[in-house]
Design a protein around this ligand. Structure first.
Ligand SMILES: Cc1cc2nc3c(=O)[nH]c(=O)nc-3n(C[C@H](O)[C@H](O)[C@H](O)COP(=O)(O)OP(=O)(O)OC[C@H]3O[C@@H](n4cnc5c(N)ncnc54)[C@H](O)[C@@H]3O)c2cc1C
Length: 411
């Protein structure tokens, strides 16, 4: 007979632990199963130099407000992993580490059967908290790279010295791509950087960090239904917390020696083909920057906040920048490129769940984490309910809601 538990939480990251906190508060029996260590992805799927992209003040989990004395600094990745691990101890989470759930299905009686290696568990409820970023998503053309080229995804990239000697192509204009490109350039590599549409914001504006503004102005509380149009398909902004945090400016990166390229279209016979959209993409990034600044200015005025204006951004608001050269084809051998870093986003990996709750792209169909299968819940997905649903300091609200659903015996 499999061991029986009322609720199984799968995943021992910030989401699974927040769930555990709220289930414990309601006195609900549960276990948290984690295939590796607590906060495993912060240990093994983030490059060495990564620092948390949110200032320390945002290191908050349910029942644990920020208590340090450096609210404006940025924590390194091992510090973040330690913070989450310490939290698991403080809340005495009923954790079982090294337990990989390999399959999940519903029984004829409506409970759930979870297979974990040699053993099985039966549960009335299951909360899947296995992360918003599960498997790297890479373009199909990656298969056309010459065999001699080393390729690595952002979640497996570690440090510049682990790449073969030579020049590097970085693809992807999210938070990972821009940070890895900068790190490689600083390590003395010649970097080619392919960007698409992106969003960028000032790291600090009128006295506060951008994350502070996003929270204070209510932008991280937007739900998918209540979101303004410009947020609907908005990408995660380019951000860095490295060396105390600074604004990511791709034009500045280009001035410092990185060769910017448009979207990568294809790879044929060792030649990289790019769309002629570099300047369009930069323009869209600038527009998002200006829109953010204007939104915050309007918020400050509405709230009557006495904050001096920020002069430094005036030139960007006034003048159109010089266009950069568009490159449509680059021969990898001639350009000396020996390695490619794919920082092209992530996808879900729920193939091990045999329940009819997924859409055609493999994403769970849910509302606030509740699915159409009674007792099956998700937590920590990207924008699962609000913009902040997958954030360290935001996931607790959804966890509390799900704990209520479980406690009132929705099933
Ligand atoms: C490069 C990068 C930088 C980031 N920076 C920030 C940041 O600065 N601030 C921020 O808020 N967010 C950041 N994020 C997002 C960050 O990944 C998430 O905020 C956070 O890790 C999500 O926590 P989670 O608990 O939902 O998921 P995860 O941390 O992914 O935890 C899920 C856990 O589930 C476990 N697991 C998965 N499948 C199974 C299974 N079948 N059985 C058992 N266990 C399983 C995994 O081992 C993992 O430990 C960043 C993401 C990336 C990729």
């Amino acid at each position: 007979m499999p061991e029986s538990v009322e609720t199984v939480v799968i995943g021992g990251g910030q989401a699974g632990l927040s769930m555990s906190y709220h289930l414990a508060r309601k006195g609900r029996e549960h276990v948290v199963l984690e295939r590796g260590r607590v906060a495993e992805r912060w240990h093994s799927e983030r490059w060495d130099s990564l620092v948390f992209q949110f200032p320390n003040i945002m290191l908050r989990l349910p029942g644990q407000p920020y208590a340090g004395d450096q609210p404006d600094s940025f924590m390194d990745r091992e510090g973040v992993a330690r913070f989450v691990a310490d939290y698991s101890v403080r809340i005495a989470a009923p954790l079982r580490c090294g337990v990989n759930v390999t399959s999940l299905r519903q029984t004829d009686q409506g409970s759930f059967l979870l297979q974990t290696g040699q053993t099985a568990l039966e549960a009335k409820n299951v909360v899947v908290a296995t992360g918003p970023f599960q498997l790297p998503s890479i373009p199909l053309c990656s298969a056309s790279l010459p065999f001699s080229i080393h390729q690595v995804t952002a979640n497996r990239y570690t440090r510049p010295s682990d790449l073969p000697a030579g020049n590097v192509l970085v693809v992807g204009s999210g938070g990972s791509g821009c940070q890895i490109a900068e790190e490689l350039r600083e390590a003395g590599r010649k970097v080619f950087y392919s960007i698409r549409r992106h969003r960028r914001m000032p790291r600090r504006y009128r006295g506060h960090d951008l994350i502070w503004w996003l929270e204070a102005s209510g932008m991280t509380d937007y739900t998918s239904e209540g979101m303004p149009p410009e947020w609907r398909n908005a990408k995660a902004p380019l951000m860095t917390g490295v060396r105390g945090g600074r604004t990511v400016d791709l034009r500045q990166i280009a001035r410092e020696g990185i060769t910017l390229l448009g979207s990568l279209l294809d790879i044929v016979d060792g030649r990289l083909h790019f769309a002629a959209d570099l300047n369009e993409n930069l323009k869209a990034g600038d527009a998002s920057f200006v829109q953010f600044v204007r939104t915050i200015d309007a918020f400050i005025e509405r709230e009557g906040m006495a904050l001096p204006p920020e002069e430094a951004f005036d030139p960007l608001l006034r003048q159109a920048p010089e266009p950069l050269r568009e490159i449509d084809v680059l021969d990898m051998r001639e350009a000396g490129i020996t390695a490619v870093v794919w920082a092209t986003g992530y996808r879900y990996d729920f193939g091990w769940i045999d329940c009819p709750v997924f859409d055609e792209r493999g994403a769970p169909k849910q509302h606030r984490g509740v699915t159409a299968v009674p007792g099956l819940y998700f937590l920590g997905l990207l924008r699962m309910y609000k913009v902040k649903s997958s954030f360290l300091w935001g996931v607790g609200e959804d966890a509390e809601y799900l704990a209520e659903q479980i406690a009132v015996g929705r099933r």
